[in-house]
Design a binder for this molecule. Sequence first.
Ligand SMILES: [Zn+2]
Length: 127
Amino acid sequence: MEKRSSSEALLTCKCPRCREGEMFKYKLLEKWFSIDMYDKCPNCEQTYEPEPGFYFGAMFVSYAFSAAITLTTGFVLYNFFGNPETWVYMSVVLVSLAIFWPVMFKYSRSIFLHLFGGIRFNPKYSD
Ligand SMILES: [Zn+2]
C-alpha cells in the first residue's frame, strides 16, 4: 500500500506519526456535531496532546477559519443577493458558523497538531 502524504494525513485528520490512526472518534459525515477526540493514536499510541493546553493555539487557526467564512458569506450576500439588511448578514453568518464549527474545530486541531505538535512521521508505525 502506498504511504499517505503528510498533507493527506492532515486533511483526513490522521495521526502525524503513523498517518494511519484517526484523531477523532467519528468522521464528519458519520456524526457531524461529534468532536470526540482520542487521547492517543489508536494505531501507534502517539499522544495527541504534546503538552497541557496545547490546543489553545488551535484557536488562532479556528479564528482564521471563522474570518474566512464570515468574509466569504459577506462577499456572496453583497454581490449576489443585492446587499441585504444588516440583520440578514448577521443571521447568515451566525448560521454558517453554527453549521461549520465542527469542521473548523477538527481542522484547526489537525492543522495545529501537524504543524506545531513536533511529531515527526515514522514509517515504522505505518503498515
Ligand atoms: Zn499513530
